[in-house]
Design a protein around this ligand. Structure first.
Ligand code: ATP
Ligand code: MG
Length: 137
């Protein structure tokens, strides 16, 4: 069954949005197969966002991801990679539709509260980076 990696970033955890976000995935009908709260190191954040290393915001992004607890999760279900991104909304909360997580709960791109894998290969890579196989139920 299809799986994706979803993370609530430090701003979402700090703002108390865990239950709000988890419940949106649960109510949709997806299945939670792994979850843990961790503070990633900066090196770990750089690995997670390696595709963006040439971008001007890369350093600040990695500093931010490693600035506090992140809720790392794996969600499972038909079409969860693409539909999970739909639930999340556009990268820039100024452009995310109302009804999406970022559209309803975030304002600026540097504090957009949640991450979701953008395709089958990144989902596989990100799940392997954040979790050991035995952590997935
Ligand atoms: P994510 O990978 O976090 O799910 P995304 O796939 O919607 O987000 P990416 O292009 O992968 O968007 O960018 C990764 C993250 O980098 C964004 O979520 C955002 O926090 C940050 N980011 C993207 N563009 C900018 C920008 N122009 N300025 C500052 N931060 C940015
Ligand atoms: Mg991305």
């Amino acid at each position: 069954m299809e799986r994706t990696f979803i993370a609530i970033k430090p701003d979402g955890v700090q703002r108390g949005l865990i239950s709000e976000i988890v419940s949106r995935f649960e109510r949709k009908g997806y299945k939670l197969v792994a979850i843990k709260l961790i503070v990633p190191s900066k090196e770990f954040a750089q690995k997670h966002y390696h595709d963006l290393k040439e971008r001007p915001f890369f350093d600040g992004l990695c500093d931010f991801l490693s600035s506090g607890p992140v809720l790392a999760m794996v969600w499972e279900g038909e079409g969860v990679i693409k539909y999970g991104r739909k639930l999340i909304g556009a990268t820039d909360p100024q452009k995310s539709e109302p009804g999406t997580i970022r559209g309803d709960l975030a304002v600026v791109v540097g504090r957009n509260i949640i991450h979701g894998s953008d395709g089958p290969e990144t989902a596989e890579d990100e799940i392997a980076l954040w979790f050991e196989p035995k952590e997935l139920v």
